[in-house]
Design a protein around this ligand. Structure first.
Ligand SMILES: NC(=O)c1ccc[n+]([C@@H]2O[C@H](COP(=O)([O-])OP(=O)(O)OC[C@H]3O[C@@H](n4cnc5c(N)ncnc54)[C@H](OP(=O)(O)O)[C@@H]3O)[C@@H](O)[C@H]2O)c1
Length: 169
């Protein structure tokens, strides 16, 4: 399966200054446990937003950057969106592939994903980059919403949306 995973605020905001909006211990744990042992696919800015710009451990990392001279150690580097999609397709035949950001990758890959694991944060984080308003997208159906849980200073809910109009790569 191809699965988008992210968190957003009440305005579907996901990041600012190439970083996350919130520090969320429980959500980070969920992200780590869900994606560990699988494939994670991302845009270059998201890789650069990680500590030391290092890939995520215990996962196969696929990174899309437009500049062909940008090649990072320990990741599968691709330089066109078509190559990004074909790598995802190749891995998804055998295992789960998680789209882990950022904003530009979430938007471009949305038609091709099976589902979206969205953690909703009950706050406004002053975002500069946004996810789509998935609740108003007729292609997506919310099939799960957890009770609110306290994560540090914030109330969060784990949700799952299915793509009813998934496009094959
Ligand atoms: N809340 C969450 O769960 C979450 C998760 C991950 C990331 N984020 C946040 O999202 C933000 C980063 O998002 P972003 O949209 O700026 O960056 P991004 O999607 O991580 O990366 C964009 C990069 O991918 C390249 N790219 C994108 N589309 C391409 C295409 N079709 N062909 C070739 N290259 C392409 C861009 O190249 P060019 O610039 O050369 O076009 C750029 O280098 C950060 O604030 C981060 O913290 C939030």
């Amino acid at each position: 399966m191809i699965i988008t995973i992210l968190n957003c605020d009440k305005e579907y905001g996901i990041g600012k200054r190439n970083g996350l909006l919130f520090t969320l211990k429980e959500d980070m744990k969920f992200f780590r446990e869900t994606t560990s042992g699988h494939v994670v696919a991302m845009g270059e800015n998201t890789l650069l937003s990680f500590p030391g710009s290092k890939p995520l451990k215990n996962r196969t990392n696929i990174v899309l950057s437009q500049d062909p001279s940008h090649n990072y150690e320990g990741v599968i580097n691709v330089h066109t969106f078509e190559d990004f999609l074909s790598k995802i397709k190749e891995f998804a035949l055998k295992e789960d592939v998680y789209i882990i950001g950022g904003a530009s990758m979430y938007r471009q890959t949305l038609p091709y994903v099976d589902k979206v694991l969205l953690t909703k944060v009950d706050a406004i984080g002053g975002a500069e980059v946004f996810f789509v308003n998935i609740d108003e997208d007729p292609n997506f159906e919310c099939v799960y919403e957890s009770e609110p849980i306290q994560d540090g200073d914030y109330k969060i809910k784990f949700t799952t949306y299915l793509n009813k109009a998934k496009k094959e790569i």
